[in-house]
Design a protein around this ligand. Structure first.
Ligand SMILES: [Zn+2]
Length: 241
């Protein structure tokens, strides 16, 4: 590992995933960085500086100067906002959604393994949520995250018997659709399956433009269940859906 260590002082863009208090005035910050993967760092005196405290909050996109010491924790020496996403912070629906992306990213990312594509995907998703926030943003992020981690669901046949249609449910254990005869798991319509496939075959932009319809919420719930099953835990930030 030592050969991939950044120099002692380094600078990177990052999204704040999580923070917690440490001692009297410090804050530990978990960052998804552009260049070094997930990094834990201490922000000394952060709780005494209003400017810093405002930036070191989950979902904030920032530019950080860090110092790599001998331990597991780096030290944040300077932070600047890239985009604090005020609209996410001002709106509970947006914040809940952004928090679920952050939580999922946190769970799939080991410490200090560079994963630039996931970093970019997270920043892109946060920008979308901060902007028009189309309904399928959640399914888009969760399905793309599964694909990025090599965990794409089977959506073109029954995972039990191989039949190609009619597919009527999704089996989270065998991670694929099931036909009418083998149905078990989460019911899903033809249209819902079609939308999942569209997202996974380069059609996310088109999916995000689909007019609102209850099927979009079904797809969001299904995609969240897929991800929760793969990371083997519920996404706390989604609460009871
Ligand atoms: Zn079947």
């Amino acid at each position: 590992m030592s050969e991939s260590r950044p120099s002692k002082n380094y600078r990177t863009k990052a999204v704040v995933l999580r923070t917690y208090k440490s001692g009297e005035a410090d804050r530990i910050v978990v960052l998804m960085t552009e260049d070094h993967g997930k990094v834990r760092a201490v922000a000394k005196g952060a709780r005494k500086s209003k400017r810093q405290a405002a930036l070191l909050e989950p979902t904030v996109h920032l530019d950080a100067q860090l110092y790599r010491g001998k331990g597991d924790l780096d030290t944040i020496t300077q932070v600047q906002a890239v985009d604090p996403f005020p609209s996410i912070r001002a709106d509970l629906d947006r914040f809940t959604r952004a928090a679920s992306f952050i939580e999922a990213t946190d769970h799939v990312t080991p410490d200090r393994e560079p994963h630039e594509r996931l970093y970019r995907m997270l920043v892109g998703a946060l920008r979308t949520v901060a902007g028009e926030n189309p309904t399928l943003t959640s399914a888009g992020f969760f399905l793309k995250l599964l694909a990025l981690e090599g965990l794409e669901p089977v959506l073109d046949r029954c995972v039990s018997c191989g039949a190609e249609e009619p597919l009527v449910s999704f089996d989270t254990v065998n991670f694929g659709t099931r036909c009418q005869d083998c149905r078990s798991g989460i019911p899903i319509s033809d249209e819902g399956i079609r939308i999942c496939r569209l997202i996974l075959t380069g059609g996310l932009a088109a999916a995000l433009k689909l007019p609102d319809d209850p099927v979009l919420d079904d797809v969001n719930r299904l995609a969240a269940s897929m991800l929760e099953h793969q990371i083997e835990r519920p996404l706390k930030s989604l609460g009871v859906v």
